[in-house]
Design a protein around this ligand. Sequence first.
Ligand code: ADE
Ligand code: ZN
Length: 339
Amino acid sequence: MPYTADPKFADFIQRLPKTETHLHIEGACPFSLLQKLDPVKYASPPPFWADDFRYESFNQFMDMYVEYCAEFYNSAKRYQEAAEIVLKKCVDQGCRYVETSFHLPALLYMEDKGPDVIEAIRSAAPESLELRIFAGMCHNDYVDAGKELIEDSLTWEGLDGIDLHGWEDIPVEPWTADVWERARKAGKFAKAHAGEFMGSDFVELILDQLKVTRIQHGVRSTENQATVQRLIDDNIALDVCPISNVKLAVNGIPSMDKHPIRQLFDQGVTVTINSDDPFFFGNSLSEEYYALNQDLNFTQAELVQIAMNGFKVALISEDQRAAYLKEVSGYSEAEGVPR
Ligand code: ADE
Ligand code: ZN
């Protein structure tokens, strides 16, 4: 890291139609906007962009989130300014479909309302991009005004889905399964983070309790073959973020060449690759593809398969899905020269 590629391979990845289905808008905060706000504080690049930087813990990562980004995201306008840069960068990298989440309780400290923030993010999307917007919440956010906010969010027309994120080791409270079920009934897609800082048992707990069909991360599922088999049998997709996992020093992933996405992919789990929080990892979607090629020997044909998985899990009509899949597979035949 940062990953670079020879021009032919970089061009192949650039033109490959791709998706990004695991992207926190706050964690993608454009550095240029922070610098504009406080040129002195942000005079030099943040330490976590260094190649060999590793977070000591998820707590340290969350502290950085607060230190760098919490202040910035204080209005719908700020979300719009950030989203304009973030989503343009996605399109510039050949991304056709993006799912981004915003931290729902951030609204508790803002005058603007949820639908304003959603509209602000949506208005920033380039026309060529299919965008889906998710509200993210932590395991212990269903309390006081947070409870009202979560309930309210299920009625917001512009909201496409909800996501559970934050500290995985805080117990999953009983409200969660009920909210996830009611979200689905309200037409929202419901996903959840699991198997990043907790093991395969937690992945199973989330599947049992929240009945999700997509897990954010899920990489620690490989600690138990029965869990991997369940993902395959029940067609559960994992939205994986390889560079994030390495920089956050996820258990069992000391370096990219040890990343379990190779095993998951080989066994037939539907995996996608994503950048998670690009501001905090100094990564890009293209680099995720380079990393798999360079450190895990994914061939071009296999990377095409990963890109196709993104369109397989995307929240689009079946006609759109068929069109995207046809385009990507055609691309594979025309350009895919396995290494
Ligand atoms: N929120 C933002 N990034 C996250 C991550 N990697 N894991 C859990 N919650 C998050
Ligand atoms: Zn995440």
